[in-house]
Design a protein around this ligand. Structure first.
Ligand code: FAD
Length: 217
């Protein structure tokens, strides 16, 4: 992962970093990416699940989907991951902001064809989202594996940007009689809702109660 022209931050570069640790930190905290790519002058941005291993992201989808087919040819792609931590309310409209952690990564993908590697990547995506689930459910059949495409996205360059803390107002506005501060936001797992067909003896698995973004965290 080498910083380059695509990831050089011009706006508020002091909030950003090209340090791989910072990039990995944000990527590991998220599970939802927006993947951008261009076909015939039209840019598409598609939300997808992912997991990370080193400077590689794994993505999966229907083998027939446009994104899997196009990215699999090795065209340039851009992956954005965003975690919103709070609304920042300033004393002026201009200085309102958001507390966040985000990554923008550039690179290319290739299709994983070897069934063992494909299955491992699918397992890793699943475990990144719900650790403990994979070993409990039926794994993909050969036919299901064929219907699924798995991409290995190599990050060539990436930037992380983080904003935290209170609003930053103009000195002259601090005396104004208006509320200012931060409304913290976070993604939260609520109590699991069992499907109506779940066998009577099956309780809520422990791993659902310790999701990283569940209420208890
Ligand atoms: C939840 C959220 C909401 C936002 N809302 C707004 C908004 O409404 N208006 C607004 O102007 N800005 C907003 N931002 C900031 C925005 O993401 C950009 O950082 C900013 O607009 C600068 O864009 P630019 O293309 O001019 O940046 P440049 O500095 O020209 O971008 C150059 C490179 O810097 C890197 N980069 C830029 N932004 C980010 C980022 N957020 N995370 C990681 N790398 C980045 C990329 O590699 C990019 O290619 C928001 C950010 C987040 C996370």
């Amino acid at each position: 992962m080498t910083p380059g022209e695509r990831s050089r931050m011009r706006q508020l570069p002091e909030r950003g970093s090209h340090n791989p640790d910072a990039v990995h930190f944000v990527l590991d905290a998220g599970f939802l990416a927006h993947v951008g790519f261009t076909v015939s002058s039209q840019t598409f941005v598609i939300p997808m699940l992912y997991c990370r291993d080193g400077d590689t992201l794994y993505l999966h989808g229907a083998a027939t989907s446009r994104i899997m087919q196009r990215l699999g040819t090795g065209i340039a792609a851009c992956v954005a991951v965003t975690l919103v931590d709070g609304l920042v309310l300033a004393r002026s409209a201009f200085h309102h902001s958001v507390n966040y952690r985000s990554v923008v990564a550039f690179g290319t993908a290739r299709v994983l064809t070897e069934p063992g590697r494909k299955t491992r990547a699918l397992r890793d995506i699943s475990e990144h989202l719900i650790a403990g689930r994979w070993d409990e459910v039926r794994g993909p059949s050969r036919a299901e594996l064929e219907l699924t495409s798995v991409l290995e996205f190599s990050i060539e360059e990436a930037s992380a940007k983080i904003r935290s803390g209170p609003p930053l107002d103009d000195e002259a506005d601090y005396g104004r009689s208006v509320w200012a501060g931060v409304v913290p936001l976070r993604l939260e797992a609520k109590a699991p809702e069992a499907d109506s067909g779940v066998q009577a003896e099956v309780g809520v698995p422990q791993y659902l109660l310790r999701l990283p973004w569940s209420k208890s965290s």
